[in-house]
Design a protein around this ligand. Structure first.
Ligand code: ZN
Length: 195
């Protein structure tokens, strides 16, 4: 293989989660082979990095200053705290929650430099005040990192106006919110408990 651009494309694809060298090369070949796909991809990628950012209230991804969920006035005054936008989508698709969200974009990991600032804890506090939230639901993975983050946030919010709850053990240990089926998610939501 003697194309510098092809090698560069492969290297960049390999930076994506779950993509090894072989898969990256297969994807790169598909892109090179399909000019229409390559054009569409390059256009949408450019528009994405130029326009998609975080909602200034809840840190959901959006092309606007405020996301459509924060802008909606038919949502309840509760905040469901999730790990990432994929988890938010899973809860939303299950159709059992009608409140707002807050996206952490990570779990607490002090050794890797992920602290309260990176998780936007101050923004979460501000959001609780701004929307006068009556409940904060911690909907985080039941993994060690998820549990540690839930405990940390519940401690931080001990004195806030909202009651803080977390999902019940409807989720098996080690389960990921993103991949949970809607029945499991539904049971976990219904059985949530005050922390
Ligand atoms: Zn928002």
């Amino acid at each position: 293989m003697s194309s510098v651009l092809f090698d560069r494309l492969t290297e960049q694809l390999q930076r994506l989660p779950g993509i090894g060298r072989k898969t990256a090369m297969r994807l790169a070949f598909s892109i090179v082979d399909n000019r229409e796909l390559a054009r569409e991809l390059s256009e949408v990628l450019q528009q994405t990095w130029q326009n998609v950012g975080e909602c200034s209230i809840c840190r959901n991804i959006t092309e606007n200053e405020i996301c459509s969920i924060c802008a909606s006035n038919s949502r309840l005054n509760s905040i469901c705290v999730v790990h990432n936008p994929a988890d938010m989508r899973a809860v939303e698709d299950a159709g059992l929650y009608r409140g707002k969200y807050f996206v952490l974009h990570g779990f607490l990991a002090p050794l890797d430099g992920v602290g309260p600032d990176e998780l936007g804890i101050d923004k979460l506090r501000k959001m609780i005040e701004k929307i006068e939230a009556d409940e904060v639901i911690l909907a985080l993975d039941s993994t060690a990192d998820g549990e540690a983050t839930s405990s940390y946030i519940s401690r931080i919010l001990e004195k806030c106006r909202a009651s803080v709850t977390r999902l019940a053990r409807g989720l098996p240990p080690g389960a990921s919110i993103e991949f949970a089926d809607s029945l499991t998610l539904s049971q976990a939501f219904q059985g949530r408990q005050r922390v």
